[in-house]
Design a protein around this ligand. Structure first.
Ligand SMILES: Nc1ncnc2c1ncn2[C@@H]1O[C@H](COP(=O)(O)OP(=O)(O)OP(=O)(O)O)[C@@H](O)[C@H]1O
Ligand SMILES: Cc1ncc(C[n+]2csc(CCOP(=O)(O)O)c2C)c(N)n1
Ligand SMILES: [Mg+2]
Length: 344
């Protein structure tokens, strides 16, 4: 960020909006009308439209003490696009609404929007509107994403079938360990501001928290290989919570295998350093923004080539419950211990 500090009041609300959106170029033919009117107009030319919205609140979803604004702008878009991909759809448009306190300067918001635009450009999404307001305390962000999908190719949570394979993309638990590390360093710093944060060799887990990506590649892989998952959702709260949503909504049980859970070596090492069980971090951590999905068994051969996809179990009868088979041969009930903003 530059050294100058421009007060938002010097631009006014409309001046600020013009300032923040002045250089943005439209990338999608479906964007008929963008920023500047009462609403945007989108024409999806015969495709179906998916729409999803997310709220991010300072102190609940992010801490500005260790979150650079550019990363926050990027992540705010990513968490939303992840929900669009989780419907097997391609995101095309977002709106971005912000509530800002007078702590923020125009330069600070420029930095946030640099991240927003970086994500839009990487994922070919147009920012077509939003809303801007003052907030008495804390930074509030609301993102709405719109995407398109071929008629009836969208994938719900409720349509898994007995015997289907349970799969997950990427690896799990890293973001939670990044958060654990940054919270620890924050506490040390607050107790003794002379001590510099010790983040050496922790780029991977910190990156998983602060700069997640959405799994566009997995949706493109499905399209290319003629795969339509039977059910899918994204992993924001932790896979234990997410698989229970799929089971409940599909009226089925499941059996997952601890040894099959994809956990990066760097995540495993970080867990041991904190005296935590990597499996528990992978199951309950949250903010992985990976995709969990179920597939017909006959699609197994098609996915073995993709190293970014792990088969972690299968769907069973409702009566069999939702179980985790441990490396030691024990069976546990999977419980929803994932992230919950309302837990006291
Ligand atoms: N205040 C609300 N009013 C109306 N619908 C809501 C409200 N809050 C959530 N929903 C809807 O409830 C469903 C579940 O929402 P939830 O936010 O738990 O799922 P999610 O989008 O997968 O989670 P995440 O926010 O972590 O991405 C979605 O269909 C969502 O649109
Ligand atoms: C300061 C701070 N506190 C907690 C967390 C952890 N966290 C925030 S949102 C979320 C899951 C998805 O939320 P939602 O379901 O609301 O989209 C998790 C695990 C964090 N990153 N920063
Ligand atoms: Mg979701």
């Amino acid at each position: 960020m530059s050294e100058t500090r421009t007060e938002i009041s010097s631009l006014g609300e409309f001046g600020l909006i013009d300032h923040l959106t002045r250089n943005f170029e439209i990338q999608n033919a479906s964007t008929i009308l963008s920023v500047g009117d009462d609403a945007a107009v989108i024409d999806h030319f015969g495709k179906q439209t998916v729409i999803t919205t997310d709220l991010l609140i300072e102190g609940i979803h992010f801490d500005l003490m260790y979150t650079p604004l550019k990363h926050l702008g990027y992540k705010s878009v990513i968490v939303n696009l992840s929900d669009v991909y989780a419907m097997n759809a391609i995101p095309t448009h977002i709106t971005m609404s912000i509530g800002i306190s007078n702590r923020f300067s125009v330069e600070a918001l420029d930095e946030f929007y640099e991240g927003v635009y970086a994500a839009c450009s990487k994922y070919n999404v147009d920012l077509v509107g939003g809303d801007t307001s003052a907030s008495q305390k804390g930074f509030i962000i609301s993102v709405t994403g719109v995407g398109e999908v071929a008629p009836d190719k969208f994938v719900k949570r409720s349509t898994a079938k007995k015997g289907d394979l349970v799969c997950v993309s990427g690896d799990l638990g890293g973001a939670f360990l990044g958060l654990t590390l940054l919270e620890r360093e924050k506490k040390i710093y607050l107790e003794n501001p002379q001590i510099q944060p010790d983040l050496e060799n922790e780029d991977y887990i910190v990156g998983r928290l602060l700069k997640p990506e959405a799994r566009k590649d997995i949706i493109e892989f499905f399209e290319k290989n003629d795969i339509v998952p039977t059910a899918m959702m994204d992993v924001s709260d932790g896979i234990s919570s997410e698989i229970l949503h799929i089971c409940k909504q599909s009226n089925l049980g499941c059996r997952l295998y601890e040894e099959k859970l994809p956990i990066a070596e760097l995540t495993r090492q970080a867990a041991f350093k904190f005296g935590l069980d990597p499996t528990v971090c992978a199951l309950n951590g949250g903010e992985d923004y990976e995709l969990i999905f179920t597939l017909k068994q006959e699609d197994y051969d098609k996915i073995t080539l993709n190293e970014e996809i792990a088969v972690i179990g299968y769907m069973s009868e409702l009566e069999e419950g939702c179980k985790l088979l441990t490396k030691g041969g024990n069976t546990f009930d999977i419980t929803a211990q994932g992230w919950n903003a309302f837990r006291g």
